[in-house]
Design a protein around this ligand. Structure first.
Ligand SMILES: [Zn+2]
Length: 176
């Protein structure tokens, strides 16, 4: 890399960096400024794949080689992959804040598809977003007993990090 006399390198700071977990699972893409913070504080280190680009970032006090691929050194990568808990916030997010029976976005509650009193569990595949009205109509019945149809079959959400990892590897394959 040619020597850059200036300390401000705005073109470099426009780059982004892919963050990997300690076991090399691509997690997310972050701005190079955030990557620099992680590197300087020892929370990440540069990775050198054959194709990794590298940038030299200079400040008055340090010269840092920043690779376009870095891996976390300290954070527990598990938390990036865990399925979120089944709670109101996460279920509404999965269901895009709409009642899974009528599509309403008002007065939302959680409904157990198989009612708890019939042995239904508090799990991703048995909890859906339902508006108060649908929840009341359905009561302690199964959807078909109440003449109701689910818009989507409930299942655990795919974590954004998993989606990102798939997109990352697909992009690597197509660029080769
Ligand atoms: Zn509804």
């Amino acid at each position: 890399m040619p020597t850059q006399p200036e300390t401000q390198q705005p073109h470099i700071l426009q780059n982004s960096v892919v963050v990997f977990s300690r076991n090399y699972l691509p997690l997310t893409r972050i701005n190079i400024k955030r990557a620099i913070v992680l590197l300087v504080t020892g929370q990440a280190e540069s990775l050198h794949f054959g194709t990794s680009k590298q940038w030299e970032v200079r400040s008055p006090s340090i010269i840092l080689q920043v690779s376009e691929h870095i891996s976390l050194t300290t954070a527990n990568p598990q938390r990036h992959w865990q399925v979120p808990p089944v709670n109101r916030r996460e279920v509404l997010k999965r269901d895009k804040h709409t009642c899974q029976y009528c599509g309403s976005s008002k007065r939302l509650t959680l409904d157990h598809v198989i009612p708890r009193c019939q042995g239904g569990q508090h799990r991703w595949d048995n909890v859906v977003t339902a508006c108060e009205r649908c929840n009341q109509i359905k009561g302690d019945r199964l959807p078909h007993e109440a003449g109701m149809i689910l818009k989507n079959q409930p299942k655990a959400p795919i974590h954004p990090a998993v989606i990102f990892a798939e997109q990352f590897w697909n992009a690597q394959q197509t660029s080769e």
